[in-house]
Design a protein around this ligand. Structure first.
Ligand code: ZN
Length: 535
C-alpha cells in the first residue's frame, strides 16, 4: 500500500543519465518503489503519461529568507517545480544577531532581501527556523549564514579592516550557526558592509569552519567594473587557502568592456577545478540583473549604519563628490540610466516612480540622474530594489552551457496576491527554471539536453549541498518531485508583468505531499528547514 503512485512517467532522475519509463511508489514521504506498479494499491494516483518526472528543483541561489514568512505558499517558486530554496545568499541572512538586537540587523539588512514588515524576534538560525516551521511553509529551505549578519552583530560594518576582537566574535557566531546546521558561509563582496572586508578576513572566517563536514563557501564576488577576472581569482584563492569548496554566485558580465570574455573567465574555474578545488557556479537565464540602487553609489559613502550613510549623503561637500563619482562612472564604467528600473518602493509617496527608469525619473524631477539616485535613496531610507538591463544573451548562453554551471534564480518565493503584489520584481522570481527547460533545451536555441538541464537544477546542486536523499530519483530518497510537460513548459513572467506563473508544471511533491496538483496550489505546507548533514 502506497500513499501515492505516479503512473507511466518518463523518468529523468537527476544524474544526467538517459530517460526511462516507469511508475514510482511513494510511502511516508519517501520513494519506496520504482518499476511497474500497475496493480498496486495507493490512496492517490497521478497519471504522468507523456510527462517528465524529475527530482524537485533545488534553487541554489534564492533570497526567500523572509518572504516565506509572509507568503508561506511560495507560489512563484513551487509553480516552477522548485522544492528547496537555498537562502542566506550574497552575505544576507536574518541571523545571527549576536549581542545586537534583532531590530538592528533588521534595519540594516531587510531592504536588501525585500522588506517583510515582520517584527523579528529571533536571534539564531534555530529560532528563525522555528518561526518559519510553526508558521508553515510549502517548500523546503536550506539556509546559509551571511557574512553581513556577522558584521552587523559585531559592529564590523565600517569601511576599514575588522578588529581582531571583531573577527574572533564573528568566528564564534559563525561556528555556532554552522553547528545549528547552516550549509555554508556566504559573502556579498560588492555590497556594503561585506565589501569592506579583505580577502584575508574572509580566508580567516572560512578557515574557522572548513573542518566541518559537507561545508562550502558561497560568494557574490567583488563584481566591480574592471574586476572581471580578479573577482574569480579572489574566490579561488579563498577556496584554496581555506581548503573549502566554492560556489560562485550568479556569474555574469555586467561591464560592456568585457562582453564576450566568458571563455577567459571560465578557464580560471577549469584550472582551479583540475588543480583539485571543488568549485562551481550558478546563473539565472536573463540579460538583466536585480540589484540595489546602492550599487550605483560609491562604497566609501555607505560605510557604517544606514543612519550614518544617510547623514553622509546629506552633507553638501560629500554629496557633490558622490554625485561626480556616480556621473563619471564607478570604476570608469559610465552607466546608461535608462537601463536602471525601480522595482519596489516602501515610501507610498513614491508610487509614481515604480517601474520607471532613473533617466525617466530624472526628467520628471528635472534634476541630474546622480541627484535623482541620492534623492530616492533618502526617500526610501537606504536600500531600493532595481532591475538593471546590462548583459548579453550570448554571454548568458555560454555560461549556462558549461559543465560547472548550475541554475539559481537569485529570486524570492512570493505570491501574485501576497505581500509583494504591488512590487515589480525581476521575472526570475517566477520564470527561471521553466525558462531554461522551455527555451534552452529545444528548438534553435538549444544548448542543453533536457537531462543535463535537469541535472543542473537537481542532482548538481544536491551534490554541492551534500544532500544524500534529495536531488535524484532513487529508492529511499525523499519524494521531492516535479512532473511537467516537456512540450508546453515555458516561463510567462516578463519585466513589465512579472507576477505570472510558468506553464507546463502539472504536479509538485514536497516531502511526498502534493503542493501543486493539476497545475493548482493545494495550500499544503509540508516544507521544512533542512540542516547540513541531515538532509
Ligand atoms: Zn548576489
Amino acid at each position: 500500500m502506497f500513499d501515492t503512485i505516479i503512473l507511466n512517467g518518463i523518468i529523468i532522475d537527476g544524474t544526467k543519465k538517459s530517460r526511462y519509463h516507469s511508475d514510482i511508489g511513494i510511502y511516508n514521504g519517501n520513494i519506496k518503489a520504482i518499476g511497474n506498479l500497475n496493480n498496486s494499491e495507493a490512496k492517490n494516483f497521478i497519471n504522468a503519461e507523456n510527462l517528465i518526472v524529475s527530482p524537485g528543483f533545488i534553487d541554489i541561489h534564492s533570497h526567500s529568507d523572509l518572504s516565506l514568512l509572509v507568503d508561506p505558499g511560495g507560489e512563484s517558486k513551487v509553480h516552477q517545480g522548485v522544492t528547496t530554496e537555498v537562502t542566506g545568499n550574497c552575505s544576507l541572512s536574518p541571523f545571527p544577531t549576536g549581542k545586537a538586537s534583532p531590530e538592528i540587523l533588521q534595519k540594516s539588512i531587510v531592504g536588501q532581501i525585500l522588506d517583510s514588515d515582520i517584527n523579528w524576534k529571533w536571534k539564531t538560525l534555530d529560532d528563525w527556523a522555528q518561526n518559519l516551521e510553526s508558521n508553515g511553509l510549502s517548500i523546503n529551505i536550506a539556509p546559509q549564514v551571511g557574512q553581513a549578519a556577522l558584521q552587523i552583530a559585531t559592529g564590523a560594518t565600517k569601511n576599514q579592516p575588522a578588529t581582531k576582537k571583531q573577527i574572533e566574535e564573528m568566528k564564534f557566531l559563525l561556528i555556532e550557526t554552522i553547528e545549528q546546521g547552516a550549509f555554508s558561509l556566504s559573502t556579498g563582496l560588492s555590497l556594503a558592509p561585506s565589501i569592506y572586508s579583505s580577502t584575508n578576513e574572509i580566508i580567516e572566517l572560512c578557515k574557522s569552519i572548513s573542518q566541518f563536514p559537507d561545508i562550502f563557501y558561497a560568494t557574490h564576488a567583488r563584481e566591480a567594473p574592471g574586476n572581471q577576472f580578479k573577482m574569480i581569482e579572489e574566490a579561488i584563492q579563498i577556496g584554496q587557502q581555506a581548503n573549502i569548496p566554492v560556489q560562485f554566485s550568479h556569474i555574469a558580465i555586467i561591464d560592456h568592456r568585457f562582453y564576450g570574455s566568458g571563455p577567459k573567465m571560465i578557464r580560471l574555474f577549469e584550472k582551479a577545478f583540475s588543480g583539485g578545488l571543488d568549485i562551481s557556479y550558478d546563473i539565472y537565464p536573463y540579460t538583466a540583473a536585480g540589484a540595489g540602487l546602492n550599487q550605483a553609489v560609491p562604497t566609501w559613502a555607505q560605510s557604517g549604519t544606514i543612519n550614518e550613510y544617510l547623514k553622509r549623503i546629506k552633507n553638501s561637500k560629500n554629496r557633490e563628490k558622490i554625485k561626480s563619482e556616480i556621473t563619471n562612472g564607478i570604476g570608469g564604467l559610465k552607466q546608461k540610466w535608462s537601463n536602471w528600473i525601480i522595482s519596489d518602493i516602501k515610501n507610498t509617496n513614491n508610487k509614481n516612480i515604480l517601474g520607471l527608469s532613473i533617466e525617466e525619473i530624472s526628467h520628471q524631477r528635472n534634476i541630474s540622474p546622480a541627484e535623482t539616485i541620492l534623492q530616492i535613496i533618502e526617500e526610501e531610507r537606504g536600500a531600493v530594489p532595481t532591475t538593471v538591463h546590462n548583459r548579453l544573451e550570448s554571454d548568458v548562453k555560454y555560461f549556462l552551457s558549461h559543465e560547472l554551471a548550475m541554475i539559481g534564480s537569485d529570486g524570492n518565493a512570493i505570491s501574485p496576491n501576497g505581500f509583494y503584489k504591488n512590487s515589480i520584481p525581476h521575472p526570475r522570481f517566477y520564470g527561471t527554471f521553466p525558462r531554461i527547460l522551455g527555451r534552452y533545451t529545444k528548438g534553435n536555441k538549444k544548448i542543453l539536453s533536457l537531462e543535463n538541464a535537469i541535472y543542473k537544477m537537481s542532482g548538481f546542486p544536491a551534490k554541492r549541498l551534500k544532500m544524500k536523499k534529495r536531488g535524484t530519483i532513487k529508492i529511499n530518497n525523499i519524494a521531492d518531485l516535479v512532473i511537467f510537460n516537456p512540450e508546453t513548459i515555458i516561463d510567462q513572467a516578463t519585466f513589465e508583468n512579472p507576477h505570472q506563473y510558468s506553464i507546463g508544471i502539472h504536479h509538485v511533491l514536497v516531502n511526498g505531499i502534493s503542493v501543486i496538483k493539476n497545475g493548482k496550489h493545494t495550500n499544503a505546507i509540508p516544507g521544512k528547514v533542512l540542516r547540513r548533514g541531515k538532509t
